[in-house]
Design a protein around this ligand. Structure first.
Ligand code: HEM
Length: 254
């Protein structure tokens, strides 16, 4: 990036931050309208609560602020890339997010898409995307090569459901019958379910409450009050039985 581009980006961060809600709601609406397939990727229940939507754009702004010294964000990069890898985010999806984010920035700042300012933001986004894509590539390789490991989604069958005081404990075994990576207490997996009557799937993370062995995983699923019909925990509790299958990603830690 040229010094002029860096200056342009940094000078617009405060305005974008002030308009954070407009930025993120415009961004998600535009992206999900143009790419409805991403409704299977982003958690629509989080969209409705507004919690996660702010996180992605906020991370881009935080990065832009530290663009001359991105290493200050190393911890955030580790956290984000673990989450992305747990959701099987792929390198080619970065151009979709980038295009929609840049259009949203142009909209919120009220500047033409074909302008030096948006070009500067494009360079900044590409720089950040490059960091994330490389980190994710390494993590996918690492997950795939560890004992019992895999990258992306793997089919698991629900083999046991035990009632808890509130909620249920699900036992999940891989349908291929092979070993799985052991998981530490506190590590999380993503579990992807079918949303009834919507024709889409939704993922959500579940943390292990105890160390897991290399044959099966146990997750405790608690009911979520005041959540939408896209809430994965509630869907599991209401609709999933022994013998049903879900998609699971390999354990990762925060
Ligand atoms: C430079 C680009 C990106 C940045 C800075 C970024 C940043 C973030 C951040 C900060 C989070 C929240 C992590 C947390 O839960 O604490 C997140 C989650 C997520 N990101 Fe990204 N992301 C980027 C690109 C992408 C791309 C290309 C995709 C795929 C289309 C994607 C999909 C997701 C999903 C699905 C989640 C979880 C959302 C949820 O649970 O609702 N992100 N990202």
């Amino acid at each position: 990036m040229t010094p002029e581009h860096i200056e342009l980006v940094k000078s617009t961060v405060p305005v974008l931050r002030e308009n954070g809600v407009a930025l993120t709601s415009y961004f998600y609406k535009r992206m999900l309208d143009n790419h409805p397939e991403l409704k299977n990727v982003f958690n629509l229940d989080h969209q409705s609560t507004g919690r996660q939507p702010r996180a992605l754009a906020a991370a881009v702004l935080a990065y832009a602020e530290h663009i001359e010294n991105p290493s200050v964000l190393a911890k955030a990069v580790d956290h984000i890339t673990n989450k992305h890898v747990s959701l099987n985010i792929q390198a080619d999806q970065y151009s979709i997010v980038g295009e929609n984010l840049l259009h949203s920035i142009s909209e919120v700042l009220n500047v033409p898409f074909e302008s030096e300012l948006i070009e500067a933001w494009k360079q900044a986004y590409l720089q950040l995307a490059d960091i994330l894509i490389n980190a994710e590539k390494q993590k996918y390789e690492q997950l795939a090569t560890q004992t019992g490991g895999w990258a992306g989604w793997r089919s698991f069958e629900i083999t046991e459901i035990d009632a808890l005081e509130s909620g249920k404990r699900f036992t999940l075994k891989p349908t291929d019958g092979n070993a799985v990576t052991t998981g530490k207490a506190g590590a999380y997996i993503s579990v992807k379910v079918k949303v009834p009557a919507q024709g889409i799937e939704q993922p959500q993370q579940f943390k292990f409450s105890a160390q897991q062995d290399n044959t099966e995983y146990h997750i405790e699923v608690l009911p979520e009050a005041n959540h939408s019909e896209y809430d994965v925990a509630n869907i599991l509790l209401a609709n999933y039985q022994i013998g049903d299958q879900v998609q699971v990603s390999a354990p990762l830690a925060d």
